[in-house]
Design a protein around this ligand. Structure first.
Ligand code: BG6
Length: 802
């Protein structure tokens, strides 16, 4: 039992001092006294404290008290002293000792620890001042030198500011000592909010005083990545690169769902909850250049940052997202939302990451996590390339020698069939060296992992399993900053994830039933920088509560828009419909005329279409296709702003199209951009007239701007809206202002025009344009109506239904 609430009467002083002296006795004989450490656990009666932190502090005490430090533990919360004291006593009831400790010893240590632990209410500025006074008085009474103070914030982020201000103004220890404040995620919601929070904390604490916890960095298998790479430098030196690594998978699967936590989860979703932090941290440890000295925190953190700098930006197509079927219902129930509410928060995500540096160029890193999946497991798996062919039959293959067996290295974080942290190295790779705190392990007979029997691996597990928080508490105590997230690293990570999060904000996740029933529904594939579900499943038109939808509930909406056919669906389905239609048109044109002339728009909307065409349309007659540009910015063709660059990055480099069939707009002639005297527009027009029969494209793909512009034909600017010119130079209201564009008369000569409109930003103009007549001067898009061809609108639900 704990003592009465903390009123510092003389009897209490004596008790505490006696406890501290007793605890110090052993170490005084062995070593010099290293100073006193006060640990203040804020949120001492909360869930995290109950589950992990008190046990971690007890472990810290067991590990360190004998080495010359003395401790006092202050459990703090807003709760009034009496009630808080009781709650804390409950949290401390279940402390356990290491398995190999004798029960009598255990009882003795526990008793000492309880004597050193006190509850106190920390609510007002005066409470913090009193805490400081008490620590000082306690040190003085016992004649102890102060080493430092640790404040562990196990509280929600909204409470940070107040606590931080109070610590800064009244609880800083004196000169020659250290202050460490420990913070738990979430550290913001996106780059902006993370930056705000960091700035706020930066007004109270120095960078070196802050320890941001990512508990995955305390998982034993994760904490072993760098030491393992270091100890096995010789074997890994030549293997750890794009020549040898096929791909890297970083995975955290869970069986639990978000029930009971939807108020948090609805705000965050799986990418913010797990990928942005835990999985990204693992990725950096796998991918970073190994510092010469892996124990140098400064070098580790610097190398980590370099990984962030080399990450290729994510596109919408880099990720797939899912949501377990009952999630929306749980949100409606827990957050009192109306029946019509449907959440778009992903509970499952897989993301394809590329690292553009010499070591990793071209190697896919797949990050994947989800709730309500079939098993709980976490790992980082490095799969090596294998181009060996074995002549002897399989029965003669020996695990240690055969190059035909899979070659992989797995940092098994925990759970799964193995049930514990482990490091697995295929026997045909090399025999690894691990520190003595890891031992060779055996699993249950017949156990297979990652496609091979366990016996095909050198398998190691920790001699003593330790909880992540306990590992991290020890690292905080020893000031090992490399196990924590610095402000710079945090912001670099948000910088990387925020654009993807924004682009997915309105994407409808694929629904999955949960658990084993998911079957193959979430299986995915990747190629050309894109991830996609292996199985096609059209999105639900109007998802509603009730039983799981049947395939017949899914459909693509067909209707009319401005008297022309309209195809509408969720974006993913819309893009695949449009890609199919383009392929069908191409095949028909090539069959009839021997070639297909396609004019494409730039901008962001068609990117997903280009990627779809590049990856999923093997029957496309590229060899007979001529590609033209609908419009172009007056920048060099190698400029990232150039429409041609977009086409090149997302389509051309992935398909086999004769280079003489590609027709970029000549915006850059004589080392000048769109100079009238260079006659670029006329040159392009002549090229079209010479190659395209009747100057009539088989298909023109257009977009529609929020101001009603199409191609580079802008409202209130007469250029290109009528007349004889096929190609014109125009002026855009936004930068870069100078543009080259097909004219409206040329567009209207096409056999088919498809207009692709996507995203909420287009909702207003979509509504407006649906009502206006033929007014190209105000809304150039309203002038699109092929004379003898067909016009089809492709709109996603965000743009069309709102
Ligand atoms: C937390 C997430 O950070 O990690 C949870 O907020 C998730 O959603 C948990 O369940 C998983 O951690 P562990 O240690 O159980 O793998």
């Amino acid at each position: 039992m704990l003592a009465e609430p903390f009123n510092w009467h003389p009897g209490m002083w004596n008790m505490l001092i006696v406890a501290m002296c007793l605890a110090l006795l052993g170490c005084l004989q062995a070593q010099e006294l290293q100073g006193h450490v006060s640990i203040i656990l804020l949120g001492a009666t909360g869930d995290l404290a109950k589950k992990y932190l008190w046990q971690g502090l007890f472990q810290l005490y067991l590990d360190e008290a004998g080495r010359g430090h003395s401790f006092s533990f202050h459990g703090a919360a807003l709760t009034a002293p009496k009630q808080g004291q009781e709650l804390m006593a409950k949290a401390l009831e279940s402390l356990s000792c290491p398995k190999d400790m004798a029960p009598s010893h255990c009882a003795e240590h526990k008793d000492q620890f309880l004597q050193l632990s006190r509850y106190r209410q920390l609510k007002t500025a005066e409470d913090y001042q009193a805490l400081n006074k008490d620590i000082e008085a306690q040190l003085q009474h016992a004649g102890l030198r102060e080493a430092g103070r640790i404040f562990y914030f196990s509280v929600p982020p909204f409470a940070y500011e107040d606590i931080a201000r109070n610590i800064n103004s009244s609880c800083r220890p004196g000169p020659g000592t250290w202050l460490r404040v420990v913070l738990e995620k979430p550290f913001g919601h996106d780059h902006f909010s993370a930056q705000q929070l960091a700035t706020e904390l930066g007004t109270f604490f120095q960078e070196e005083e802050m320890y941001r916890v990512d508990h995955y960095l305390g998982k034993q298998a994760v904490a072993q990545i760098l030491p393992f790479r270091d100890q096995n430098r010789k074997a890994l030196g030549s293997l750890w690169n794009r020549q040898h690594v096929e791909r890297v998978e970083i995975v955290m699967k869970e069986t639990v769902d978000a029930e009971g936590r939807t108020s948090f989860y609805e705000e965050y979703g799986v990418i913010r909850d797990v990928l942005q932090n835990h999985l990204t941290e693992v990725l950096t440890l796998v991918a970073m250049e190994l510092p010469h000295n892996v124990s140098s925190a400064e070098a580790v953190l610097r190398h980590k940052l370099q990984v962030f700098q080399a990450l290729r930006g994510l596109q919408r197509g880099s990720a797939i997202v899912g949501q377990y079927q009952s999630y929306s219902e749980q949100v409606r129930r827990e957050l009192q939302k109306p029946d019509s509410f449907h959440s778009l928060t992903p509970t499952f995500a897989a993301v394809l990451v590329h690292i553009d540096n010499l070591r990793w160029e071209g190697v896919p890193f797949i990050l994947m996590s989800g709730k309500a999946l079939d098993e709980r497991v976490g790992y980082a798996r490095i799969l090596f390339k294998n181009q060996a062919c074995c002549v002897q039959s399989e029965k003669h293959w020996a695990a240690a020698q055969s190059q035909c067996l899979p070659r992989q290295l797995v940092f098994h974080i925990g759970h799964g069939d193995l049930g514990s942290p482990a490091v697995l190295v295929s026997r045909n790779l090399f025999r690894p060296s691990l520190p003595s705190s890891w031992k060779e392990m055996e699993g249950p007979p017949g156990l297979r992992l990652f496609g091979s029997p366990l016996s095909d691996y050198y398998a190691y597990s920790p001699v003593q399993e330790r909880d992540a928080h306990s590992v991290l508490l020890s690292h905080i105590f020893h000031g090992r900053k490399d196990s924590f997230i610095t402000t710079e690293n945090l912001l670099a990570s948000w910088d990387f994830w925020t654009p993807l999060l924004e682009s997915l904000a309105h994407k409808a996740p694929r629904l999955y039933p949960g658990g084993a029933e998911n079957g193959r529904l979430l299986d995915f594939e990747f190629s050309s920088g894109r991830l996609f579900f292996s199985q096609q499943q059209p999105e639900q038109l109007v998802p509603g509560p009730g039983p799981a939808p049947m395939p017949s509930d899914f459909q693509v909406l067909r209707a009319k828009y401005r008297e022309s056919p309209l195809v509408s669906a969720w974006s993913e389905e819309l893009i695949s419909k449009l890609a199919n239609d383009i392929e069908a048109t191409a095949v028909r044109a090539v069959r009839r005329f021997g070639q297909f002339h396609l004019a494409l728009s730039g901008g962001s909307s068609p990117v997903a279409l280009f990627q779809q065409l590049a990856t999923a349309h093997y029957g496309f007659p590229w060899a007979h296709t001529h590609l033209w540009l609908v419009d172009e910015r007056c920048v060099p063709l190698s400029d990232p702003e150039s429409n041609f660059q977009g086409l090149q990055a997302h389509l051309l480099q992935h398909v086999r199209i004769p280079y003489y069939n590609i027709h970029p707009m000549p915006v850059h002639l004589q080392q000048r951009l769109c100079a009238e005297e260079d006659q670029g527009a006329q040159i392009y027009a002549r090229e079209i007239s010479a190659l395209v029969a009747n100057s009539s494209f088989d298909l023109v793909l257009l977009g529609m701007g929020a101001d009603g512009h199409t191609a580079s034909l802008f409202p209130q600017s007469p250029t290109g809206l009528d007349g004889e010119q096929l190609v014109v130079l125009t002026t855009s209201p936004s930068q870069p202002h100078r543009r080259m564009s097909l004219s409206l008369p040329l567009i209207n000569r096409a056999k088919k025009v498809a207009v692709l409109v996507m995203g909420r930003m287009k909702r207003e103009i979509t509504t407006l344009v649906s009502r206006v007549g033929h007014e190209p001067k105000k809304w150039p898009i309203s002038g699109v109506l092929p004379h003898s061809g067909q016009l089809v609108w492709y709109m996603d639900y965000d743009a069309f239904l709102g």
